[in-house]
Design a protein around this ligand. Structure first.
Ligand code: ZN
Length: 282
């Protein structure tokens, strides 16, 4: 079968797949008796069309549900390609995706980035979820329960986890990633600590995240440790009255031996400012 170049379709369980896209955004594909659920519609309509083509190679059933793990453009700006599907997201994901300032900031950032999808960003009809929830909901697909959970703010205000108890598996969006530094610019550092504590209690042994490789429970605990180290150390430096530059040097140095091999750690100095500013303000 000829899937989109750069993607790898991994069968997680019967009728359940991770579609990993090298250096870009991953998706999930779950096939039920009558229809399909996809997790994340990807960054642009053209990427969503590629995903739909890949789904067609696996099944001829229609895509009935789209889940937005969070509001970030690279996960949700393909939503418009699914006009017949129910698009599910957290209510805060809806609020972020209908916030004109959020949308215009992201659109201009992407359009000026000179990426292959920059010009397409101008044409995207940003389409928020049409079914939202507050704390949790369950959907039964192909005889399996999918528990859709909001465990608190973290990477954004509306992150959700898709927990599949029968497979000891969870889709984590960008909150938990295997050996990758997540984007911190829209994050809620304080809340992220508690959210990570809650997700670490799920009885799972595998996770699929929005970027990078599939992880196991140890990888999940390392992702939790990353946030606890980063936020905990930053709070310490603020309490000691340290300015941003001194704090940055101290925090990054304290994390280097454990996390320097992570994707994106080399630009921690650029990412640190967001965390320091948010924690100083709170
Ligand atoms: Zn994200």
């Amino acid at each position: 079968m000829k899937f989109t170049p750069g993607t790898e379709i991994v069968e997680l369980a019967d009728g359940m797949y991770a579609r990993l896209h090298e250096n870009l955004t991953n998706a999930g594909i779950i096939i039920g008796d009558e229809g399909v659920m996809i997790i994340d519609s990807l960054r642009m309509p053209s990427f969503a069309r590629d995903l739909k083509d890949d789904v067609k190679l696996i099944t001829d059933k229609p895509i009935k549900y789209v889940l937005d793990t969070h509001a970030h453009w690279d996960h949700s700006w393909g939503n418009e390609e699914f006009p017949d599907a129910t698009i599910i997201g957290h209510k805060n994901c809806y609020l972020e995706m209908t916030d004109p300032d959020w949308n215009s900031e992201w659109r201009s950032k992407i359009m000026s980035s000179n990426d292959p999808w920059s010009s397409e960003a101008n044409l995207v009809n940003i389409t928020p979820p049409n079914l939202t929830f507050d704390t949790s909901m369950s959907i039964y697909i192909g005889g399996r329960e999918l528990e859709i959970l909001h465990l608190g703010k973290a990477h954004t205000s509306g992150d959700i986890f898709i927990h599949v108890p029968s497979e000891k598996l969870v889709f984590t969006g960008d909150v938990i990633q295997k050996e990758r530094v997540p984007y911190l610019g829209d994050s809620y550092p304080h809340d992220w600590l508690d959210t990570d504590d809650r997700v670490s209690e799920l009885p799972i042994n595998r996770f699929v995240s929005g970027h990078g490789d599939i992880g196991n429970h140890d990888d999940l605990m390392e992702a939790r440790a990353f946030i606890h180290n980063l936020v905990g150390e930053t709070i310490n430096t603020i309490q000691d009255g340290k300015g941003k530059e001194e704090a940055q040097n101290q925090v990054i140095e304290s994390m280097t031996s454990r996390f320097s091999n992570w994707v994106g750690f080399d630009t921690m100095d650029e990412k640190f400012g967001d965390v320091y500013t948010k924690l100083t303000a709170s």
